[in-house]
Write a protein that binds this ligand. Structure first.
Ligand code: NAD
Ligand code: LMR
Ligand code: MG
Length: 441
């Protein structure tokens, strides 16, 4: 487990006297525990109970912190350790809700039968009307086969469901799109394509998520060709958009033109190959890449990239290094050169933590929690659906990346994901490109 990735809440009881909370936070800090929110649950005359959100390294680190707090004695006690993350998943994270409440029999007859029949007939006569009288054009299928869930690997679609539900939450909260997870029990490209084709009519667009490489490439390409609605593999293009935005901003800070920078990609799977392709499309003169898998290297060469045999060579020769391998702590501090930009994007644990990379001399460093496709995919789909796009094109993706750059506050690398402006700006930029493309058709 990488540093600071283990989240728990401590329920702490202290005598109701000033200074006790300070003693507890000091004990946590001395052991490098990272404190998040502190909530007071109960203030009594004798004792006060608080809930302290804690990030630590692992179970062992947690146990050390608990012992240190208990050793403060003087009535200070750890009453319980709770798992906030698990609690947040109880019963799932999404729920289909009605847009109209039925309060009377008259409402029932409008919402459902017999009233609904006239709407069915309207759509039968003119299928375009489904855009107005159903939620189809605001609903996106989040399709996974569970073969590359974050960096956890092929853990299956059901184990991956919390990620899919998470993507649906982001769609809903950031851009008002209904996301419906679709879990496939096949990875065979023919079967996946056939299944998605058979269900596509219920959706305005298709988001492919955490489908591993290389089968993700064929699946996406075929679905894009065969479906009349936007299809995007998030781990490829959502990630490439955000990586490009972060790289452009980092280069601006160090006064280097991205096109002239030497850029290296470690890991040429779904994310890595798409990042390499997007950087080359943006104008990066030489895009180096490495991967133990010969087929991945062949693909980079086919796209015009330079294959490098070892990651050490990338670390030695590149100003900007991006890693998407799924391997925690792959980049060692001694490999970092002074002034390098390091984007270690694997989730849930990065190839090197930003703190360690910066300490080792990097000019800028970020991990996959910060440089995350959450900054791209919601706005890309909102823009595409608003403009009734039939597909997602490269100019739409580049416009999304530039909108992220424009939404970034001074000194930051990327915008905060909870800043609603970023999603609105991405949507508007994408929409504009679609309208231009439609005019030129
Ligand atoms: N930050 C984000 O927004 C974001 C988005 C997508 C993916 N990711 C992360 O990127 C990682 C990869 O995702 P993916 O969908 O591309 O998976 P993938 O399985 O398609 O690709 C991983 C690639 O890394 C290669 N690899 C493994 N060990 C390596 C090593 N030691 N050196 C070089 N290459 C190595 C594999 O051979 C494979 O080609 C995951 O951890 C995922 O969480 C992050
Ligand atoms: O889900 C995320 O946090 C980003 C990305 O899609 C990933 O697979 O890591
Ligand atoms: Mg993903």
């Amino acid at each position: 487990m990488a540093q600071g990735q283990f989240l728990r809440n401590l329920i702490i009881e202290t005598p109701s006297k000033p200074g006790n909370l300070g003693k507890v936070t000091m004990a946590i800090g001395q052991l490098n525990g990272d404190i998040g929110d502190i909530q007071t649950i109960k203030v009594g005359t004798l004792s006060t109970i608080r809930e302290i959100a804690l990030q630590c390294n692992d179970q062992e680190h947690l146990a050390e912190i608990v012992v240190a707090i208990e050793n403060l004695k003087q009535g200070i006690k750890v009453q319980a350790v709770t798992d906030d993350v698990l609690q947040m998943h109880e019963g799932g994270k999404i729920h289909m809700k009605a847009t109209h409440e039925i309060r009377s029999l008259a409402d029932l007859r409008r919402v459902y039968t017999p009233g609904v029949a006239s709407v069915c007939k309207t759509i039968q006569e003119d299928p375009e009307q489904a855009n107005y009288f159903t939620g189809i054009s605001n609903t996106v299928a989040i399709v996974t086969d569970g073969t590359a869930i974050l960096g956890l690997g092929d853990i299956g679609p059901v184990a991956g469901m919390p990620v899919m539900e998470g993507k649906a939450v982001l769609f809903d909260q950031f851009v008002g799109i209904s996301g419906i997870p679709i879990l496939l029990d096949t990875s065979d490209p023919d079967e996946v394509v056939e299944t998605v084709k058979h269900i596509h009519q219920g959706f305005g667009a298709i988001l492919l998520e955490d489908i591993g490489s290389p089968h993700c490439f064929e699946i996406e390409e075929r679905l894009k060709k065969e479906l009349p609605i936007p299809v995007m593999h998030d781990d490829q293009h959502g990630t490439a958009v955000v990586a490009l935005a972060a790289a452009l901003t980092a280069c601006k800070h160090v006064r280097v033109e991205l096109a002239n920078a030497s850029v290296g990609q470690i890991g040429l799977g779904a994310a890595g190959l798409a990042i390499s392709r997007m950087f080359m499309a943006y104008g990066v003169a030489e895009m180096k890449g490495t991967d133990p898998n010969p087929h991945a290297k062949e693909m980079l060469a086919e796209y015009g990239g330079t294959v490098v045999e070892t990651m050490e060579e990338i670390m030695e020769t590149c100003d900007l290094v991006i890693a998407t391998t799924g391997v925690a702590n792959l980049i060692k501090p001694e490999m970092i050169r002074k002034g390098q930009i390091i984007l270690a994007l694997s989730n849930p644990n990065a190839e090197i933590s930003p703190e360690i990379a910066l300490e080792a001399g990097a000019a800028y460093a970020a991990d996959g929690r910060l440089v995350n496709n959450v900054l791209g995919f919601p706005g890309i789909f909102r823009g595409a659906l608003n403009a009734n796009a039939k597909s997602i094109s490269y100019p739409m993706l580049i416009a999304a990346a530039l909108a992220i750059v424009d939404s970034t506050k001074r000194d930051d690398l990327v915008p905060h994901p909870l800043d609603p402006n970023v999603h609105i700006n991405v949507a508007l930029a994408v929409e504009k490109v679609v309208y231009e493309e439609q005019e030129n058709e």
